[in-house]
Design a protein around this ligand. Structure first.
Ligand code: UT7
Length: 331
């Protein structure tokens, strides 16, 4: 008898309407379209604007679209996980706020904080509920409102990130399509290189933390770059080896969209053809927990049941990993 797997049965992305182009950034900080394009691959990013709008409002758009697409009533949803580092508030969580805004009443939810690997980690958690039969319909959201924690006078960070994300539905599958395996890793020493310095229990918000600009993304870019290439390459290799996957048998590699040069370096290290690598960084920048579902959403038209897909991510924590799944449906 084949093992019950958790399959993705729908995906819905969302990015806010407002766009911030490289040309606009040129008027805000000392940078150029040429530098941003050649060093990161990013041409524009979407920014959430509007009085009172927050992460849960983007989540509401994604989840409502997903429910419509999968012909699911809000009452049928059992669990909603939200991967984010830019939730509406430090507490409570954003998952339950999304449920409230969508009218999901028979479920529970919680947030997962694993930065750019958040969607992979949340997918893993959600899949366990489905595989064990504990829950039937699980929604996994990955989103971030990075504009809410960026210092738009710091050219080393403000050009990279954008707002957006996506949501997937997970349901049980007995036909061999679904999440097959994963290699997930963490290294807390990475906290020194990518973080927000204040606002938590280590350095609670004070006049001093505000004056010192400590409520924004802090990143040592080159260090993170090196670890990202190594981490994603090694976990993809490990996953491929133990599942007997080859570059030919993988239909799509879906890397976290942090920098086109990181993506290219991972593909080069694996000797993997770029034609089979999902890329949308030029459109959205780095949306942190949002990049992987946004990729699946953009490429959904091209995916077929049985396609071998490897997702990989690296981010704050450090956290990183790779997940192997077989796609389960045709759009
Ligand atoms: O998603 C979570 C994980 N995050 C990542 O994976 C990001 C990893 N890191 C990166 O993607 C890259 O390190 C960055 C895009 C952040 C930076 O690119 P880089 O090629 O590593 O640049 P660098 O930090 O080595 O800086 C090179 C130069 C510096 O000038 P000097 O010191 O050589 O005179 C920077 O000040 O580029 C300068 N620079 C800029 N110049 C124009 C940095 N940012 C900018 C900018 N415009 N926006």
């Amino acid at each position: 008898m084949s093992r019950t797997l958790a399959a993705i049965t729908g995906v819905q992305g969302f990015v806010p309407e407002d766009v911030l182009t490289n040309a606009q950034l040129e008027t805000m900080v000392e940078t150029s379209d040429e530098w941003i394009t050649s060093r990161t691959g990013i041409k524009k990013r979407h920014i959430l604007k509007g009085e009172g709008l927050a992460a849960s409002d983007m989540g509401k758009e994604m989840v409502e679209g997903l429910l419509k697409k999968t012909n699911t009533s809000p009452d049928e949803v059992d669990l909603l996980l939200c991967a984010t580092i830019t939730g509406d508030r430090v507490f409570p969580d954003t998952a339950n706020t999304i449920c409230d805004k969508v009218g999901i009443k028979n479920a529970f939810g919680y947030d997962i904080n694993a930065a750019c690997s958040g969607f992979l980690f949340a997918l893993s958690t959600g899949a366990k509920y489905v595989e064990t039969g504990a829950r039937k319909k699980v929604i996994v959201v990955g989103l971030d409102v990075m504009s809410s924690i960026l210092d738009y006078s710091d050219r080393t960070t403000c050009v990279i990130f954008g707002d957006g994300g996506g949501a997937v539905m997970l349901e049980a599958s007995d036909d061999g399509n679904g999440l097959i395996d994963e290699v997930l890793r963490g290294d807390g020493n990475g906290r020194h290189f990518l973080n927000m310095k204040a606002g938590g229990s280590l350095h609670p918000t004070s006049a001093e933390t505000i004056a010192n600009n400590e409520h924004f993304v802090y990143q040592e870019g080159r260090t993170v770059f090196k670890h990202a290439v190594r981490g994603m390459t090694n976990t993809v290799k490990e996953l491929m080896e133990r599942n007997g996957l080859t570059n030919d048998s993988i239909d799509w590699l879906v890397p976290h969209q942090a920098n086109i040069r990181i993506i290219q370096s991972v593909a080069d290290a694996l000797d993997f053809p770029m034609e089979k690598v999902m890329i949308n960084i030029h459109e959205y920048g780095n949306t942190t927990a949002g990049t992987l579902p946004l990729c699946l959403w953009n490429y959904e038209d091209q995916l077929k049941p049985g396609d071998n897909i490897v997702l990989t991510a690296f981010g704050g924590g450090f956290t990183w990993g790779a997940t192997y799944l077989k796609w389960a449906y045709t759009k």
